[in-house]
Design a protein around this ligand. Structure first.
Ligand SMILES: Nc1ncnc2c1ncn2[C@@H]1O[C@H](COP(=O)(O)OP(=O)(O)OP(=O)(O)O)[C@@H](O)[C@H]1O
Length: 718
């Protein structure tokens, strides 16, 4: 039986409630962090930069004030470069810029942060300076003494999602288009046309740009072309999802349609821009240049605006703005300052108007516009009309985010590409079940047994407005509403050796995955550089079974903040020292055989284990990549070692209980997957984990480590 239709207004209301809870969770996490750590501790954790001075102030895009901060010369030793010490502040982060409290001062209260200094967004991070665009034009920029910048909670994306859901809530019934009603099951998708000889059929005389597309890719494209309202392209790991979208975009353009292409992150969008560029497709990429890959800059709206004719006029106003801005600093007289601020306001107004005209021409004239989901809600696109909105990595985006392009532009059709069986977007709020499978291994880890591992589609209710959690993505919800007829799955994968692919394919993808000929037998020993033939390099799947109690896990109270604030983990995490030693032994065996450190990654779900591994491996093998499973989604490596950590008498598996996390962990490697874990603990965690352990026992090269060997290896300094 088909699930019932959903009421659009009540859907929006429940989204608003969930989003608010999520924002509160994020804010309280940041507040807890800021109020319980000294500036020095925050700086050590990468969340703040100390000892800065303003080196310049200028006018940036939209007439905003941009300040550039460099190290205070007093803290730079003679003859040293003024490089800022390593930190975790990244472009796009929201920060406060203010007078620096003493290094040992406790409790950086939020109120304090608001009172002094200014808030802004990090625009550029260089070795010797950081640029911040200030939120308010007349913000007080501290000058004189030492400054620091500290990372705050990012509420910008929430504000936009909130606006979007509010708009959806208020949208009168008569403005609910057919396309929208299909998204809520108030209407069925229009049946697909059947007669390919009919010239109005989008599949009429279809000719492929890329003749090497495989059958499932062609079928997905045909389906997306023929669907009138909505189509889902399900792309399991390595199956060429983006490759397929490129062909789809080219086909849609051939049909003279106008497209808006989005993704949840800048990198997901840039990936498409890069590939489209090789087909010489004219396009406009929205988004601040500082956030874009250098290779796509020539398509960025900002750069196009500067190189077009209207740019010269803009340049003049910009220069005048900059001069005025710097004159404020020289003025002590309050009356004069007020006068300058008034003039600045007028100039900014003029600048924005000119910029708008220039930008509008470029955007309106473009057949393909690309932006992040969030960016699609910017003023450039308001009211623009598109025939199709395409969203890549759709199962990584919150549903409210997907509505940003759908509500602020006029759209008639939606194509979503993603994989709902990999990890969903990160959620922090505790009011959803998802909190238990969130990205960080804090206290949420407890009692997260198989419940969290239940398939998402099973958990998604037919009436999402009631049973919905923030974790339910639009991709999930549409699948639950309309069933598999709304999607097509890509089935040939171009990443993994056949033996690495087998378990995820059988357990999660109905045994439908096929390894492409070019990858199915690839081994480390066949790499295109010299690698010895050893028991490791000729084996695609290795399982080191640590059962027996010699490799016990340890509960760790993080206490310290993880570098870069990742996880901001103040709760408990898990580590396993003996297992880490075994990881090191396996890595050194691979390296000794000739495998390059750059071709090896170690992934683990636990931050504490990650920290332990970093301490043991980074110095010896600087090129090796260490990461959390969540952080590795979307990536691949020739060899991947998975450190599962859990080994306890209670058979608690915590984080490992999430199928989608394990799916990501086991599908990153191309030629060699080595799993390290205690089969006794893990197999009791869930049906899925039991099947995994059984599979490894049956098909992997099974090894039982001897603790003495592992530590002898350590002592030998390997
Ligand atoms: N039909 C094809 N023939 C040969 N190679 C292909 C084909 N389709 C995709 N590939 C290759 O497979 C690899 C993965 O493709 P792509 O990056 O598009 O995958 P994806 O599904 O978007 O990746 P992810 O798994 O990270 O989501 C690429 O190297 C691509 O060139």
């Amino acid at each position: 039986m088909m699930p019932e239709a959903t009421d659009i207004a009540s859907f929006a209301t429940s989204q608003l409630r969930l989003l608010d809870a999520e924002l509160q969770a994020e804010l309280s996490e940041t507040n807890a962090l800021l109020s319980s750590h000294t500036p020095t501790a925050l700086s050590r954790a990468g969340l703040a930069i100390l000892n800065l001075n303003t080196s310049s102030i200028r006018t940036g895009l939209g007439g905003k004030v941009v300040i550039e901060l460099g190290l205070d010369s007093a803290v730079v030793a003679k003859g040293e470069k003024p490089d800022i010490p390593e930190h975790g502040i990244r472009v796009g982060d929201i920060v406060a810029v203010q007078d620096q409290p003493s290094g040992s001062a406790r409790k950086t209260e939020k109120k304090e942060l608001e009172k002094k200094g200014a808030e802004g967004v990090v625009l550029r991070v260089r070795r010797e300076n950081v640029e911040v665009v200030l939120d308010k034009e007349d913000a007080h920029v501290p000058a004189g003494g030492k400054l620091w910048i500290v990372k705050l909670a990012n509420d910008v994306t929430y504000k936009r999602m909130n606006q979007t859901m509010n708009r959806l809530h208020k949208l009168p019934d008569q403005e609910h288009t057919l396309f929208m009603r299909v998204l809520f099951n108030q209407a069925s998708p229009t049946p697909l046309p059947t007669d390919v000889n009919d010239p109005s059929n989008p599949l009429h005389k279809l000719e492929w740009f890329d003749p090497s597309l495989n059958g499932s890719q062609q079928e997905a494209i045909r389906f997306a072309l023929a669907s009138r309202e909505v189509a889902l392209i399900h792309g399991p790991p390595g199956t060429g999802k983006t490759h397929t979208l490129i062909e789809l975009i080219l086909q849609l353009l051939r049909q003279k349609l106008r497209l808006l292409v989005c993704g949840p992150s800048n990198i997901s969008v840039d990936n498409i821009v890069e590939r489209l560029a090789s087909h010489k497709v004219p396009m406009v990429r929205l988004g601040h240049p500082a956030r874009l890959l250098p290779s796509v800059l020539s398509h960025s709206l900002d750069v196009l605006t500067r190189t077009s004719e209207a740019a010269a006029l803009l340049q003049d106003v910009r220069k005048e703005l900059d001069e005025k801005q710097s004159s404020i600093r020289k003025t002590r007289n309050a009356g004069e300052r007020r006068q300058i601020y008034t003039e600045l306001r007028h100039l900014r107004q003029e600048y924005r108007e000119r910029e708008k005209g220039c930008v509008n021409n470029l955007v309106t004239g473009s057949k393909v516009v690309l932006a992040t989901l969030h960016g699609a809600g910017g003023f450039h696109l308001k009211g623009q009309e598109f025939d199709v909105v395409i969203v890549d990595e759709a199962s990584q985006a919150l549903e409210a985010q997907c509505w940003v392009p759908l509500l602020w532009v006029k759209a008639n059709k939606l194509v979503l590409a993603g994989d709902h069986l990999q990890l969903p977007p990160t959620i922090k709020s505790l009011n959803s079940k998802q909190s238990k499978v969130g990205k960080t291994d804090t206290k949420k880890d407890k009692d997260n047994k198989d419940q969290a591992g239940k398939d998402k589609t099973e958990r998604t209710s037919g009436k999402p407005a009631e049973g919905m959690t923030l974790e339910t993505t639009l991709f999930d919800r549409l699948l639950a509403l309309h069933g598999p007829s709304i999607k097509r799955m890509l089935t040939t994968q171009y990443r993994m050796h056949e033996k690495i692919m087998r378990f995820p394919s059988d357990e999660l993808y109905d045994s439908k995955l096929i390894a492409a000929d070019c990858v199915k037998e690839r081994l480390l020993k066949n790499l295109d550089y010299e690698v010895e033939d050893t028991e490791d390099t000729r084996e695609p799947l290795v399982f080191w079974d640590t059962q027996g109690g010699d490799f016990p896990e340890k509960a760790e109270d993080d206490g310290v903040i993880a570098k870069g604030g990742k996880g901001m983990g103040l709760g408990d995490s898990k580590s396993n020292e003996a297992e880490a030693a075994l990881v090191k032994m396996h890595v050194s065996n691979l390296i000794d055989a000739g495998v390059k450190a750059e071709d090896i990654a170690v992934v683990t779900p636990y931050n504490a284990q990650l920290a332990l591994l970093a301490g043991m491996l980074k110095e010896a093998y600087p090129g090796i990549e260490l990461g959390s499973v969540d952080g590795f989604q979307g990536r691949e490596k020739e060899a991947v070692i998975v450190s599962t950590v859990r080994s306890n008498a209670e058979h608690e598996v915590g984080f490992l209980g999430e199928k989608r996390r394990l799916n990501v962990a086991m599908t990153r490697s191309k030629r060699h997957l080595c799993v390290i874990g205690d089969s006794d603990t893990i197999s009791k965690g869930s049906k899925f984990l039991k099947a995994w352990m059984q599979h490894l026992e049956d098909f992997a090269d099974l090894r039982y480590p001897d603790l003495a060997d592992v530590y002898v290896d350590q002592e030998n300094g390997r």
